[in-house]
Write a protein that binds this ligand. Structure first.
Ligand SMILES: Cc1cc2nc3c(=O)[nH]c(=O)nc-3n(C[C@H](O)[C@H](O)[C@H](O)COP(=O)(O)OP(=O)(O)OC[C@H]3O[C@@H](n4cnc5c(N)ncnc54)[C@H](O)[C@@H]3O)c2cc1C
Length: 457
C-alpha cells in the first residue's frame, strides 16, 4: 500500500541544480510540479559542496515557484503507463518512514551521476539511480566509457576540490619530485605511483599574493588542513585519488533531442544524469561546463516536460500505471543477497586505479565478467524492506552503471578523452562516433548512427 499518493503534471527526481532549474522552468511554463530529493533540495549532491557558486541565487523572499518539494524522499522506481511512457515515480519518505507515489504527465530525471560511494565530496548520494530507472523503462545510455573521473584529495579527507593543485608539486616519500605528476596533465602519473607508494604534495607554486585569494575563493578547501594544523603551502601532505565516475565524468542517459528527451516518451534527463557529450565530447567539463550544463539542460528538460504533460491533459491523472523497477525490488530468484555485498563487489571492480583509470583490455574483461555475476546475484536475490529499499536500489544502480561503463570501455578500442587504454594508446579516426549502450540482464553497446544532437531540431 502507498501512504502518500500525489498527482502532478511534472515530477522532477533530484534537487541539484539540474532538478531545481527543471522544476522552476516547468512551473514557469504553467505546470503543477513535484520535486523529490534523496537529501535536501539545494544542499544535497555534488554541487552543494563544489564551490561553483551555482546556488548563489537571488534571495528575494517574494519569489515563489509553487513547486511542491519532498525532501529526504528518494525515488526507488519509475512508473510507466500501458504504452511504456514515463508516468511518475514511487519512493520512500525517510523522515516519515513511509512510501509515496507521484503520478505525473512527464518525468525529469536529475539524480546526478554515479561516484560509486567513493566518499568524494558531496557525492555519496550520487549512486547512478536515474540511469537505472531510465534503463528499466527501455532508455539508452551514451558515452559510458567516459566515466572514469578521479579527483585529487588529501589522504585524510574527502575534499576533492582540484583547482588549486595547479599550484602543486608532487613528491615521493623521500622528498624527491615525482616527475611528470600534475593536476590537469599528469594525474595518471600520480595514479601509477599510488599503486606502489604514498604520494605527497605541496602547493609551493602559489606565490604569496595569491594565497590569501585562494583562501577567500574556496574556504572549504582549507578546512581539513587547518584542522590538522598543516600549512599546505609550506608542508608536504599525502594525497590520494577518489573516483567520481560520471559526476565529473561525462557519460549518462542518451538524449534524443535538444529538449533533453530520452528514447522513452514522457521521460527527460538533465545534468550529470544525462550524457554531457553534446558539450564536452569525451572529456570532463569541470571548471564551468558541468554546472552550465546542469542549469541549461534542466531548463530545457523542465520546459519540455511541461509541454508533454500539457499535451497529455487529464489523461495523466487517470491512466493506469505500474512500477518499472527490477533489481532490488522484485527479485527473480530465491537466494538472498544484501546491498552491502553487492556494493563491495562493485567497488572492488570500479575503484582500483589499475582497473578503471589505467585501463587495459586484459583487466577490463575480467572486471566486467565479475560485475556480470554481481548483477545476476542482485537481480535474483537483492531484496529489502522500508528504508533499506533505497540502499538496495542504489546498489543495483551501481552494478548496472559499472557494467555499461566497462562494456563501453572494452568496445572503444582506442584512447579518447578521459578514456585511456594502455593497450590502445592512440586515437582512431574510425571511432570518431558516440557509443550507445543499454540493457540490464544483457548489456549491449553499439556505435551511434545519425548523430541526433548534431542536427538542429
Ligand atoms: C568537488 C567537486 C567540484 C566541482 N567543481 C566544479 C566546477 O568548478 N565547475 C563545474 O562546472 N562543475 C564542477 N563540479 C561538477 C558539478 O558539481 C556537477 O556537474 C553538478 O553538480 C551536476 O548537477 P546535478 O544537478 O546534475 O547533480 P547533483 O548536484 O549531484 O544533484 C543530484 C541530486 O539528486 C539527488 N538524488 C540522487 N538520487 C536520487 C533519487 N534516487 N531520488 C531523488 N533524488 C536523488 C541527490 O540527493 C542530489 O540532490 C564539481 C563536482 C565536484 C564533486
Amino acid at each position: 500500500m502507498t501512504d502518500l499518493d500525489l498527482i502532478a503534471d511534472v515530477l522532477v527526481a533530484g534537487g541539484g541544480p539540474a532538478g531545481a532549474w527543471a522544476a522552476v522552468k516547468a512551473a514557469e511554463s504553467g505546470a503543477d510540479v513535484v520535486l523529490v530529493d534523496k537529501g535536501y533540495l539545494g544542499t544535497s549532491g555534488a554541487t552543494a559542496a563544489a564551490g561553483t557558486g551555482v546556488w548563489y541565487v537571488d534571495p528575494d523572499p517574494a519569489r515563489r515557484s509553487g513547486v511542491r518539494v519532498l525532501d529526504h524522499s528518494p525515488v526507488t522506481e519509475l512508473l510507466v503507463d500501458a504504452d511504456g511512457a514515463g508516468a511518475g515515480a514511487a519512493g520512500h519518505r525517510r523522515q516519515h518512514g513511509h512510501s509515496y507515489r507521484v503520478r505525473a504527465g512527464a518525468v525529469v530525471l536529475a539524480t546526478g551521476g554515479c561516484a560509486f560511494l567513493s566518499k568524494a565530496l558531496g557525492c555519496d548520494v550520487n549512486t547512478g539511480d536515474g540511469a537505472l530507472f531510465a534503463a528499466e523503462t527501455g532508455a539508452e545510455l551514451s558515452g559510458m566509457e567516459f566515466s572514469n573521473a578521479y579527483a585529487i584529495a588529501p589522504e585524510f579527507t574527502s575534499v576533492t576540490k582540484t583547482a588549486f593543485y595547479s599550484y602543486a608539486t608532487f613528491y615521493h616519500a623521500d622528498g624527491s619530485v615525482l616527475e611528470g605528476a600534475g593536476s590537469t596533465r599528469g594525474r595518471s602519473v600520480i595514479a601509477r605511483a599510488l599503486l606502489s607508494e604514498r604520494v605527497f604534495c605541496r602547493l609551493d607554486q602559489a606565490g604569496e599574493g595569491i594565497r590569501q585569494a585562494m583562501r577567500l575563493a574556496q574556504p572549504n578547501f582549507f578546512l581539513p588542513f587547518d584542522r590538522q594544523g598543516i600549512d599546505p603551502f609550506t608542508e608536504l601532505f599525502p594525497v590520494t585519488l577518489l573516483a567520481e565516475g560520471t559526476v565529473r565524468g561525462t557519460g549518462g542517459i542518451r538524449l534524443t533531442g535538444y529538449d533533453c528527451a530520452t528514447s522513452v516518451p514522457g521521460l527527460y534527463a538533465a545534468g550529470d544524469t544525462a550524457t554531457r557529450e553534446p558539450i564536452c565530447g569525451g572529456f570532463t567539463g569541470g571548471g564551468s561546463h558541468n554546472a552550465a550544463w546542469a542549469m541549461s539542460s534542466g531548463t530545457w528538460a523542465g520546459q519540455a516536460a511541461a509541454r508533454h504533460a500539457r499535451a497529455l491533459g487529464a489523461r495523466a491523472a487517470t491512466r493506469a500505471v505500474r512500477g518499472a523497477g527490477g533489481a532490488g525490488l522484485r527479485p527473480t530468484g530465491g537466494d538472498r543477497a544484501g546491498h552491502r555485498e553487492i556494493i563491495d563487489a562493485v567497488q572492488a571492480e570500479v575503484l582500483p586505479y589499475e582497473k578503471n583509470y589505467l585501463r587495459h583490455g586484459d583487466r577490463l574483461a575480467p572486471a566486467l565478467a565479475s560485475l556480470d555475476e554481481t548483477w545476476k546475484r542482485a537481480r535474483h536475490g537483492l531484496r529489502a524492506d522500508g528504508p533499506d529499499v533505497v540502499r538496495a536500489r542504489s546498489a543495483a544502480a551501481m552494478a548496472a552503471h559499472a557494467r555499461w561503463m566497462y562494456a563501453s570501455a572494452l568496445a572503444r578500442t582506442e584512447s579518447r578523452g578521459m578514456h585511456k587504454r594502455a593497450d590502445h594508446p592512440g586515437s582512431d579516426p574510425a571511432q570518431h562516433h558516440r557509443l550507445i549502450s543499454g540493457g540490464l540482464d544483457e548489456v549491449w553497446v553499439l556505435p551511434e548512427t545519425g548523430w541526433p544532437l548534431a542536427v538542429a531540431s
